[in-house]
Design a protein around this ligand. Structure first.
Ligand code: AMP
Length: 114
């Protein structure tokens, strides 16, 4: 999608601190980290919100989770633990409308989330 920020990161039009990339996903550091470790996992395919997922996306979502746990291990937060979050639409706190998995770690997370 031409006017999507995360599509532009996927295709290199906007730079990001990329941790991992393959044919299906890109993993990069969040520009405004909310924890000592905070990165995002996005699909190469433009999917606007979780509401737009289709059954064909099942494997892609799995790949996003595998990329998340691999990057968490690479960054040394696998054993201490981490939080994964996908925000959907306004009440969920979504601000970028291309689905993304937040991975946060390096500090104690609180529950319930704000
Ligand atoms: P959400 O509010 O769940 O949609 O999350 C969007 C996230 O994208 C926020 O945590 C932002 O800090 C992050 N973000 C926005 N622009 C960029 C960018 N250019 N590079 C990296 N992260 C970004």
């Amino acid at each position: 999608m031409s006017d999507c920020l995360f599509c532009k990161i996927n295709n290199g039009d906007i730079s990001a601190d990329i941790l991992y990339q393959d044919d299906d996903v890109t993993v990069f550091k969040d520009v405004s980290p909310q924890a000592p470790v905070h990165f995002l996992v996005i699909p190469k395919k433009h999917i606007t919100t979780l509401n737009d997922l289709e059954s064909d996306d099942e494997a892609l979502i799995g790949k996003m989770m595998i990329a998340a746990k691999n990057a968490a291990a690479d960054l040394g937060i696998a054993e201490s633990g981490f939080r994964t979050t996908m925000n959907c639409n306004s009440d969920g706190g979504q601000s970028v409308y291309h689905i993304h998995l937040h991975v946060l770690g390096g500090r104690q997370m609180n529950w319930p989330p704000g």
